[in-house]
Design a protein around this ligand. Structure first.
Ligand code: GLV
Ligand code: MN
Ligand code: MN
Length: 409
């Protein structure tokens, strides 16, 4: 096998850079981010690239064209992970691209464009609650207020960046708009079961769903679990439970919407005290931006109604929103041609998951290649799997794309 076996080995090696081994958790600006970055920079250099960290801790490798004025094609994905993650989400998109460059380099082949591979420092938003930090910065969408966000130990992003060796004030320099970037393409594990169910190793993404995220705070009144009569309670947790079920109900009743409450905290947090303060998150996604925006406002008014009826207060603030990102038709066709050249049926499919690619339409035409996810398509979970055979085909398809892509001058 030309690529697959080695890519599986690299994914296994990268999985060891974890904050809570044997699980996989690697958050932005952690020691393990540094270690995984150094590993990837080593791979990039051995593949004939110039490579290093940028001001925000993104890992950037360049395979320069002979012509210094040649346009730039970018690829990448994220080095960070969710808590207790799988091995391939994000990292596969980085290592598959490095494998392509290594192959080109060993054949002494340059491309008619400079090819840049980015390992984005943060896409998942686990540590600071700001999501897609690296790709937003490259798309000119970095919010400097994020530098004052803190992690759960109270460390600001600014301080963590400085300790990492980055430059908190260097975010403007990573903006790729107006820098002759003509395409952004990303390879990613599907994180769902569509390709698996259809027996296909790869597919072409049509669009990436947009997302809205809310932080909801419910305030009731603490009281003695044994003495406050049921009818007299102002229980923030039962009110929040009803709100959470409303998210499920609303999204279940509207085709094309999905909604998740993935995080909740209740205080004072004792078995014998009625909950007074509850905070939970809502993540609503759709390929249809209007449907998603309507859902966010309908849910907020439903929360108000529930709060009123239960004699508690609620406030919901939006802390993240991204519009759906359509993929470029010409680049989709180029991926379709590369897939067909491998004798594989071409399947187009939308992405329900968010990706670094969703920020790049602000920079250049954007497209994505999906790779089959094993185990019923499970992801954001340690049981996420990909086979060496699929990694092989996906890398070969990506390389075919790279070798056939002709940037317009
Ligand atoms: C990123 O993985 C997301 O879709 O939340
Ligand atoms: Mn993910
Ligand atoms: Mn991902």
């Amino acid at each position: 096998m030309r690529f697959g076996t080695e890519l599986m080995r690299q994914a296994d090696a990268l999985a060891l850079f974890s904050e809570d081994a044997p699980q996989i958790t690697r958050t932005y600006l952690s020691e393990q981010h540094k270690q995984a970055g150094e590993y990837l920079i080593g791979l990039m250099k051995r593949a004939g690239m110039d490579a290093g960290f940028d001001a925000l801790g993104n890992i950037v490798g360049r395979y320069a064209a002979e012509d210094p004025h040649a346009p730039v094609v970018m690829t990448g994905s994220h080095q960070d992970s969710v808590r207790n993650a799988g091995k391939y989400d994000g990292l596969f998109g980085i290592i598959t691209a490095i494998a392509c460059v290594k192959d080109l380099h060993e054949r002494g082949k340059r491309l008619p464009y400079t090819f840049e591979i980015v390992g984005f420092g943060d896409e998942e938003g686990v540590r600071f609650g700001a999501t897609l930090i690296g790709s937003k910065a490259m798309a000119g969408n970095f919010d400097p207020a994020w530098l004052d966000k803190t992690d759960d130990k109270g460390i600001t992003m600014r301080r963590a960046l400085t300790a990492f060796g980055g430059d908190p004030d260097g975010w403007r320099d990573v903006d790729r708009r107006g820098k002759n970037v003509v395409a952004y393409v990303e390879s990613h594990i599907e994180q769902g079961p569509v390709l698996l169910n259809e027996g296909l190793p790869v597919g072409v993404v049509t669009a990436i769903a947009g997302a809205t995220r809310l932080r909801v705070r419910v305030t009731g009144l603490a009281g003695h679990a044994g003495t406050v009569p049921m009818g007299a309670r102002r229980d923030a947790l039962t009110a929040a439970s009803e709100m959470i079920l409303r998210v499920e109900q609303y999204c279940g009743e509207h085709a094309g919407l999905v909604g998740t409450v993935g995080k909740i905290a209740a205080l004072p947090g004792a078995v014998n005290v009625i909950a007074q303060d509850v905070e939970f998150t809502v993540d609503v996604r759709s390929g249809d931006d209007a449907l998603r925006r309507d859902a966010a406002s309908a849910l907020q008014s439903a929360f108000e109604d529930i709060a009123k009826r239960r004699n508690v207060t609620v406030s919901a603030t939006q802390f993240f929103a991204a519009n759906a990102a359509p993929c470029d038709p010409a680049l989709q066709q180029a991926f379709a041609d590369a897939i067909a050249a491998h004798g594989v049926a071409v399947r187009h499919l939308p992405s329900g998951a968010g990706h670094d690619a969703m920020e790049f339409p602000a920079v250049a035409p954007t497209a994505m290649l999906f790779v089959r996810c094993g185990n019923n398509g499970i992801s954001h979970h340690p049981d996420e799997t990909m086979t060496a055979e699929d990694a092989e085909i996906a890398t070969s398809v990506f390389l075919h794309f790279l070798e056939n892509y002709q940037p317009k001058r």
